[in-house]
Design a protein around this ligand. Structure first.
Ligand code: GDP
Length: 327
């Protein structure tokens, strides 16, 4: 049994942090230990909530207020991030503890920034495993934050039970700016900053999105009325309890009808394939394969081999060799 397992399952935050560091490591011995640890985790379930929104929409303010509200109800809350910019620059704008000052000091909460210096696919894979660690550590709700940029939303949706889109109050024109694909992933659209001078605009924005959601094909497995659009104010802490009630209603309904588990099973299958694809691609990066690829690439460039034939030769080579990965 791994040394980290017992303190982790007892909810020890240091053990959780260390286990996450282990999972984020690319060292071969660390990876082996991480895979082993993951296979020993008890089967506990949290509600996994994906939360997306563009920078400035109020994600950190919302998570601070919403997360605090949940802890006041006796729930333990973990906040994770999938940050495309950390993959590129090594610096993370999400999951930064200084953005959620109160929650980061709350003993019922755990905040972990996005792993840096890893490509986005790698960040997503490690975050998915971190979700499992948080569940094993007894967290009831895992919030996975991401920014509304390209692929990251899809990756987060693929590891969440519910997907929430946070939007700012805006005129009708800007509604067009939200891509249809993202709208289709959302279970709940929360229009933030529904307070003060922005209240009227926020209400109109909610109505616009409610209308747009009605035009999208309803997910057959969901109850009437979903996906929904609601106004919230993270600063004034208005509408947060309603948002939570809607989330639990939908999650309970899906649980009762078998869709919750079916969705997780489909996600597990998806991540299995993603891990496998990543592993196969990584194999091409080993020194023996790289040398072989370079030779075959040169032969193709010279016209001595057809691309399809060279690819087939490479696959034959991979099938026939047994090389141990060098560190
Ligand atoms: P993030 O980049 O999505 O994490 O956004 P932040 O949480 O940092 O918020 C961006 C700005 O919007 C900050 O100046 C917040 O004070 C402000 N803000 C966030 N939530 C609200 C809200 O509910 N109402 C108003 N009026 N401002 C808000």
């Amino acid at each position: 049994m791994d040394d980290l397992l017992q303190p982790l399952t007892e909810g020890n935050r240091r053990a959780l942090s260390r286990a996450i560091t282990l999972i984020e490591s690319t060292r071969r011995d660390h990876r082996a230990r991480a895979v082993d640890l993951l296979s020993q985790l008890p089967d506990r379930q949290a509600l996994r909530i994906g939360l997306s929104g563009t920078p400035g929409v109020g994600k950190s303010t919302f998570i601070e207020a919403f997360g605090t509200m949940l802890t006041e109800q006796g729930l333990r809350v973990a906040v994770l991030a999938v940050d495309p910019s950390s993959a590129r620059s090594g610096g993370s704008i999400l999951g930064d503890k200084t953005r959620m000052e109160h929650l980061s000091r709350n003993p019922m909460a755990f905040i972990r920034p996005s792993p840096s210096n890893t490509e986005l696919g790698g960040v997503a894979r490690r975050t998915r495993e971190t979700v499992r660690l948080c569940e094993a550590a007894g967290y009831d709700v895992v919030l996975i934050e991401t920014v509304g940029v390209g692929q990251s939303e899809t990756l987060v949706a693929e590891m969440s039970d519910l997907f929430v889109l946070l939007l700012a109050p805006a005129g009708g024109d800007e509604l067009q700016g939200v891509k249809r694909g993202i709208m289709e992933m959302a279970d709940l659209i929360l229009v933030n900053k529904a307070d003060g001078d922005l209240l009227g605009t926020a209400r109109r924005t909610v109505a616009d999105y409610a209308g747009a959601l009605r035009l999208l094909r309803k997910r057959l497995q969901d109850p009437e009325g979903f996906p929904k659009a609601l106004p919230v104010s993270a600063v004034e802490e208005i509408g947060l309890d309603t948002a939570w009630a809607e989330m639990t209603t939908l999650a309970d309904w899906r649980r009762d009808h078998g869709h919750f588990d079916a969705n997780r099973a489909a996600q597990a299958r998806h991540w299995f394939m993603a891990e496998l694809r990543a592993g196969l691609l990584a194999r091409l990066d080993w020194p023996d394969a790289r040398a072989r690829l370079a030779d075959l690439g040169d032969a193709v460039a010279r016209g001595d081999a057809a691309p399809g034939q060279a690819a087939a030769d490479m696959l034959d080579y991979l099938r026939s060799t047994q090389v141990t990965k060098p560190d």
